[in-house]
Design a protein around this ligand. Sequence first.
Ligand code: ZN
Length: 295
Amino acid sequence: MRIHHLNCISTCPLGGRLMDGCAGPLLERGHLTCHCLLLELDTTLVLVDTGFGLRDVANPRGRLSAFFLGLVSPEFREEMTAIRQIERLGFDPRDVRHIVLTHLDFDHAGGLDDFPHATVHMLAAERDHAQAQKTWLDRQRFRPQQWSYRDKWNVYPMSSGEQWFGFKRVRPLDGLPPDIAMVPLIGHTLGHAGVAVPRGDGWLLQAGDAYFFRDEMNIDLPRCTPGLRFYQWMMEKDRSARLRNQERLRDLCRTHGSEVLICCAHDILEFERLADREAGRPPERVRAGVIAGAA
Ligand SMILES: [Zn+2]
């Protein structure tokens, strides 16, 4: 399995370095990624999260809330959508047969409509709470406008699963190799999950929005920028579960840091380290033609 790292449209939140922790004036906007994974298997492609999609770029106001458009100001460049980056890599986007979602927030689910043939895997609790649209903030963050193909959603209860490095109810996904696993990490949303994929001799855990800033995983002195601490507080659905899961992730770094590499969705330096290119640049072409065996 080969892992490609795609930043599917950066967001530029108010607050400059108080948000992203990089050098820059406070009044300048910060830069966060929407770090998605493209998994290249023998006969199929799997996308982990989708960032923003073509329809978001074409019609931001029709798809996204004015509140979040103003707050995080996505950099709407069509070439940075998952579908355009997958084409640029030399793949046929129709070979994306599976999408695994960490959660349904607008900056993770925006590209779903660009892959109408893909089965979309997520925790059942995520679907149920997002669809319920209970609070004002829920209606701003969970956007039914981005969910045109709900008939392709395949959801999983949190009642069963296996243990994985101390994380409970971890489960493989229908139609995918057993070593691609969904790892429940509740807190940011009520059905939030990380996604573990094999990497070399170990694993890569895409932890989604379980944390936002690289130094939150610093085992000696965890810290977060004030802006991202505020954003996580504003967005959290279960505070104690969120903080407990961050502690568990730090424990994982401490005890199995050589086996498991953890990344989150929005930290720009983590992305650039793993992708080995600047976050604002799409990837170079790696191959021509389609995946053999995919219909
Ligand atoms: Zn997010």
